[in-house]
Design a protein around this ligand. Structure first.
Ligand SMILES: N[C@@H](CCC[C@H](N)C(=O)O)C(=O)O
Length: 315
């Protein structure tokens, strides 16, 4: 079959994005499409696959997200900005209620974070520390505490956005340590059978720096739900104030996040880019695991340039 897609990124977290509202592939076929298109050795590459899906009585449209290993995630907040942008362009809406795998979120167009950078604000949650939601086999919420059985002596906060996150605050990010712990979680140990996204976070005077090992992906330049979970964890542990905008930097760029306290609803909003880099088509045989030649119809140089200027200004 021929698949048309937009290559996009939210804060450097990159994906092929498909308007799947009229496509009827099985879950297994979509998982194969994700593995093929997101393969970094292939012609497209990405951290996963995003699908714009139909809405229902309560939602304007929906989003599904498959990691590059083919597993489907509950949400993807960098991806949500890109998917919402496509939804807005195709429906004429400027704000929407979006159906996710197990929850809902809202999205709206908003003022640009920098010249020429298409910017979307999403609001998701409520963030939860309930171990049953986070998927960690412990008796009580993990908030700034060690997790018995985890091969790390660091203090973690477990947050579901609703996808599972383990967040720890560090003085400096040790990538080798992050990867070793992320790999351990990827094995689906008894402690965390559904695995987890793991983030090492540096609290800086002007905001947070977040480095994430994503479930189903590995080390990524940026993870939106990890930034949301980190903003929430920073509020819970008194490192940042709830209800205040916090700039979050990552390897791919930045977003602005604002987390509500649990007693105020526990929602987390993120304002950031939804950048489209090119529009393309490719012949794909999901069952045979075969990709044809990539045909790029349109490169969005202006958007790439605007984003590049923002990233350069962060140095
Ligand atoms: N990059 C995403 C999160 C993608 C899903 C995650 N790897 C999971 O399996 O939970 C984001 O921006 O939130």
């Amino acid at each position: 079959m021929q698949i048309s897609f937009i290559k996009c990124h939210g804060s450097g977290n990159d994906f092929p994005l498909v308007d799947a509202r009229a496509l009827t592939l099985s879950d297994e076929e979509w998982a194969n499409v994700a593995r093929l298109l997101a393969n970094r050795e292939g012609p497209v590459g990405g951290d996963g696959l995003l699908l714009l899906t139909p809405g229902d009585a309560a939602h304007d449209f929906g989003m599904r997200m498959f990691n590059s290993d083919g597993s489907e995630a509950e949400t993807c907040l960098n991806g949500l900005r890109c998917t919402a942008r496509l939804g807005f362009e195709l429906t004429g809406l400027n704000e929407a209620r979006v159906k996710l795998k197990t929850s809902s979120a809202t999205a709206r167009r908003c003022e640009a974070i920098a010249d020429g950078v298409v910017t979307i604000e999403t609001r998701a949650g409520p963030a939860s520390t309930d171990p049953a939601d986070v998927g960690v086999k412990v008796d009580a919420p993990v908030v700034d505490s060690q997790i018995p059985g985890l091969p790390s002596e660091r203090r973690f906060t477990g947050v579901a956005m609703p996808n599972p996150h383990l967040v720890t605050f560090v003085d400096a990010v040790d990538e080798a340590e992050l990867v070793a712990l992320g790999d351990w979680c990827e094995a689906g140990p008894d402690l965390i059978p559904a695995r987890a996204n793991v983030s090492f976070v540096v609290a800086e005077p002007q905001g947070l720096f977040v480095r994430t090992y994503e479930r189903g992906v590995g080390l990524t330049d940026s993870c939106g739900s990890a930034m949301a979970a980190s903003a929430f964890a920073a509020g819970l542990t008194g490192r940042k104030e709830f209800g205040t905008a916090v700039m979050i930097r990552n390897r791919g760029g930045m977003v602005v996040a604002e987390a509500q306290a649990p007693e105020s609803g526990g929602l987390v909003s993120i304002r950031g880019n939804a950048t489209f880099t090119y529009d393309a088509g490719i012949e794909i045989d999901p069952a045979a695991g075969r990709l044809g030649e990539l045909v790029v119809h349109n490169r969005r140089f202006d958007e790439a340039k605007a984003w590049g200027a923002l990233v350069a200004s962060l140095d």
